[in-house]
Design a binder for this molecule. Structure first.
Ligand code: NDP
Length: 399
């Protein structure tokens, strides 16, 4: 018996609402609140059972505290934007509510991913007897769970980790992003960074690439080395890793458009004076690009996201294991009205919430996904639409 408040009625928020509504034995009462209430109502109208909706500006802490004190949820699932994380955490502390999100805080005026701002809340959550679970999406999220699951069951002494995020799907648009365009473009245009022998190595944005053959004959793609936030928490919580990298696939068309947009200054995040009005080019670009939620009915093909870990097995012998999920865009759309990117984020957010509300994952303070037993999370993912597959061989080879 528990009450949950979902904040954010975008692509991911819609999936979280659908998936929580499918599990009434855990999520007894659900409220969906966002900046635009009409979006919450439109989602609510498509669900299998009634939920409450509300308007809230999550950057307005007193307004959010008022809503929390009125609805009295056991947990807030934050699937608004990373800019809201700290405000929502503040409101949770003030109202005495547990917290979960899927993306780490980013300051609006610097495209920078770091956990330091949210880790700084640890003592306050601990003192308040509350739990905050950070990054319970797919990546970050399931990628941490796959890593700890591989270490628990196959490779107790891990040496290298490669997280490989591929989208072999197509939405038929000349240029669109699969989740919030502003957050996506900030992430993709940032310098690459990976962990190697105790230090971070920086690379120019999208300058390191590899051909990658997807499992199960899903095709051949090019993957690019990027920085991704879970690398920071994984190297902190998974002992022994000598190297950790993150790769993402992009099509040539996507990259060509992105290059042009960058070259003409449309991905800038600083305000530009336009006839006396300050305009942030990237925010304006977001207005022009397709809403990721609108891509659901247009997208076909599959996503394939997984982790390859190499190291020593229990017998002390070298071993490599690759664990991955394949998710079909059209199947997701049929189930919840969203494409696979929103689905693969929304399902783990619901599962993380389930872990917290059922006490399978518990604690006081601020936690990352690698700090808990991966087994119950893996079992719940399997039951709720994201099954894992295991290959005991390397899929990403050294050159
Ligand atoms: P969308 O842009 O589709 O949705 C964001 C929603 O948040 C919108 O409904 C928006 O309202 C609402 N919102 C924004 N600001 C506020 C505010 N101040 N107060 C209340 N509501 C607000 O984004 P996505 O659904 O694609 O992404 C949601 C989150 O999921 C992001 O943080 C993203 O980084 C994360 N993500 C995580 C992934 C993972 O695997 N870990 C993968 C993909 C996404 P409005 O509709 O009015 O604009």
């Amino acid at each position: 018996m528990s009450k949950v408040l979902i904040i954010g009625a975008g692509g991911v928020g819609s999936v979280v609402a659908h998936k929580c509504a499918q599990v009434p034995e855990v999520f007894t009462k659900i409220m969906l609140a966002s900046r635009t209430k009409a979006k919450c109502d439109a989602i609510a109208a498509r669900l299998s059972r009634p939920i409450q909706t509300a308007q809230v500006d999550a950057d307005n802490v007193p307004q959010l505290v008022k809503l929390l004190k009125k609805f009295k949820p056991d947990l807030v699932i934050n699937v608004a934007l990373p800019y809201q994380d700290l405000h929502i955490m503040e409101a949770c502390l003030e109202a005495g509510v547990n917290y979960l999100d899927t993306a780490n805080y980013e300051p609006p005026n610097v495209a920078k991913f770091e956990y330091k701002w949210q880790w700084a809340y640890h003592d306050r959550f601990k003192k308040a007897g509350l739990m905050a679970l950070l990054g319970s999406g797919f990546d970050p999220g399931v990628t941490s769970v796959y890593t700890t699951w591989i270490c628990k069951h196959f490779i107790p002494k891990p040496h290298t980790l490669d997280i490989i995020d591929c989208n072999a799907g197509s939405h038929g648009q000349p240029f669109a992003t699969n989740f919030n365009p502003e957050i996506n473009i900030r992430e993709v245009t940032a310098p690459g960074r990976y962990f190697s022998h105790g230090r971070w190595v920086e690379t120019a944005p999208l300058s390191v690439a590899r051909p990658f053959r997807l499992p199960e004959n899903l095709g051949d793609l090019t993957i690019y080395l990027m920085y991704h936030e879970e690398l920071e928490s994984i190297v902190r919580h998974v002992p022994g890793l000598k190297r950790a990298r993150f790769w993402m696939s992009f099509s040539e068309t996507y990259l060509t458009h992105l290059r042009v947009l960058e070259n003409v200054g449309m991905t800038r995040i600083d305000p530009v004076d336009y006839q006396g009005t300050p305009v942030v080019p990237l925010k304006f670009l977001k207005k022009l690009l397709p809403d990721p939620a609108s891509l659901g009915p247009l997208t076909t093909g599959q996503t394939c996201i997984g982790c390859q870990v190499s190291g020593l097995n229990a017998k002390g012998r070298p071993q490599t294991v690759y664990v991955y999920n394949v998710c079909d865009h059209a199947t997701c759309y049929k189930e919840v009205g969203s494409q696979a990117i929103s689905y693969t984020t929304g399902v783990p957010a619901m599962v993380g919430a389930m872990m917290m509300l059922t006490g399978k994952w518990s604690g006081t303070g601020v936690f990352n996904m690698e700090q808990f037993d991966p087994d119950p999370f893996m079992a719940a993912l399997e039951r709720h639409g994201l099954s894992a597959r295991v290959l005991k061989k390397a899929v990403l080879r050294e050159k």
